[in-house]
Design a binder for this molecule. Structure first.
Ligand code: GLA
Length: 384
């Protein structure tokens, strides 16, 4: 749930005293550029119209008390003994631990969080929680972080505290997104460009398979290990490369026999996906939406067969989408193994698309999918 400011204040005051300040960070959907951010590659996500809201007041002691409206649970996090517990509050504890590791001494805090980003749905509910609580905690101290530092801090919380070796995409877009635009990010330099999406010509429709990506973290880390092993083998042949971003398809082909077959496929996904992002954004700028959609389709195939992070339900959802009129492109989005698909659909076909895909997916799987249309939204901020 994404409460209005008055509502989150009321929720806060049901648990804590005082008048809180309120901060919000969006979830994201990645349009193209999947599983590239860890390899210095390119991504092209947008922020969605679902977000995590955090209301906060300082405390006199060194305790962070967090009430999660979604979990209906209070977590108590001692700033002097923060540790990972395998619990939803690890994201908040991780952010607090990283802020303190940066030399920013925090006071205790009372925090109330509420989110309408589906949890485990591949829309980065975790980055929305990290970024919203990071800016909320920072509001209590006389210290600010720029957007890049904030995104890096969220990623560190996830890598070093939660134990998920994610890249920077989710936190970066949660901070830097702008309304109406996709964010082309170079994950090596962190240079980015905001590229308008032509809302009048194509709508972004997100379909939740309702399958949670529980395998996500372990398989995510396993794919990353494969791909980094591939990079090391390639470095022995091409000493100049630093990451897969520096390897062309031709270079990979020439050295294919030096890599185990599954590692070659992992690397091929990353290398071809980077090119699809660049080609896709060029097509978008020239108004070639069909070409962009074709690249989204190719991205799904590569994730399914080379990177192997799709699943039966994602494949069914994508296949149904592609059979419907007005669909320019359809692919899984996010880490995979469940979660959502992203579809680019002609605006006059959206209503029929929603009905038809919900019906056919239910027939095929017995599951009732959540389907929503989103415009690209703005990044994290204080809401008043
Ligand atoms: C997860 C990670 C991101 C990114 C995607 C796959 O969402 O958090 O950093 O790697 O998977 O593109």
């Amino acid at each position: 749930m994404r409460p209005a400011v008055a509502d989150i204040v009321a929720l806060f005051q049901a648990h804590f005293p005082g008048e809180p300040r309120v901060f919000r960070a969006p979830g994201r959907v990645n349009i193209i550029g999947e599983h590239t951010d860890n390899y210095d590659g390119y991504v092209f996500p947008i922020a969605v119209n679902m977000a995590t809201t955090a209301a906060i007041t300082p405390r006199q002691d060194r305790l962070i008390q967090v009430w999660s409206e979604n979990m209906q649970e209070l977590a108590t996090l001692p700033l002097d003994g923060l540790e990972r517990r395998g619990h939803w509050s690890d994201y908040v504890a991780g952010v607090a631990a990283m802020l303190e590791a940066e030399g920013i001494t925090l006071p205790g805090a009372d925090v109330c969080v509420a989110s309408d980003v589906p949890i485990g749905g591949g829309l980065s509910s975790s980055a929305a929680l990290e970024v919203s609580t990071a800016i909320a905690l920072l509001s209590l101290v006389d210290h600010s972080l720029d957007g890049v530092a904030l995104a890096k801090l969220g990623r560190r919380a996830e890598n070093e505290f939660v134990g998920m070796n994610c890249g920077i995409m989710d936190q970066f877009v949660a901070v830097h997104a702008e309304r109406g635009k996709g964010l082309l990010l170079d994950c090596r330099t962190l240079d980015y460009e905001l590229v308008p999406l032509p809302a009048g010509e194509a709508a972004v429709v997100v379909c939740n398979t309702m399958v949670k990506h529980e395998l996500g973290a372990s398989e995510y880390n396993a794919r990353r290990a494969d791909t980094l092993a591939g990079t090391e083998l390639l470095k022995a042949i091409y000493p100049e490369i630093r990451a897969l971003r520096d390897v062309s398809s031709g270079m990979l082909e020439q050295s294919a026999h030096r890599l185990p077959e599954h590692i070659r496929r992992r690397c091929r996904h990353v290398i071809t996906e980077n090119q699809r992002v660049l080609d896709g954004v060029a097509a978008l700028k020239e108004g070639r939406l069909e070409a962009f959609g074709d690249l989204m389709n190719a991205s799904h195939e590569s994730l399914r067969t080379d990177y192997e992070v799709s699943c039966k339900e994602l494949d069914i959802m994508v296949e149904i989408a592609r059979s419907l009129p007005g669909v320019l492109g359809a692919r899984m989005t996010g880490g995979g193994f469940g979660g959502c698909t992203v579809n680019l659909v002609r605006p006059d076909r959206v209503t029929a698309f929603r009905e038809e895909i919900a019906h056919r997916y239910h027939q095929a799987t017995g599951l009732k999918p959540d389907i929503f249309v989103t415009e690209p939204m703005e990044g994290a901020r204080e809401v008043v």
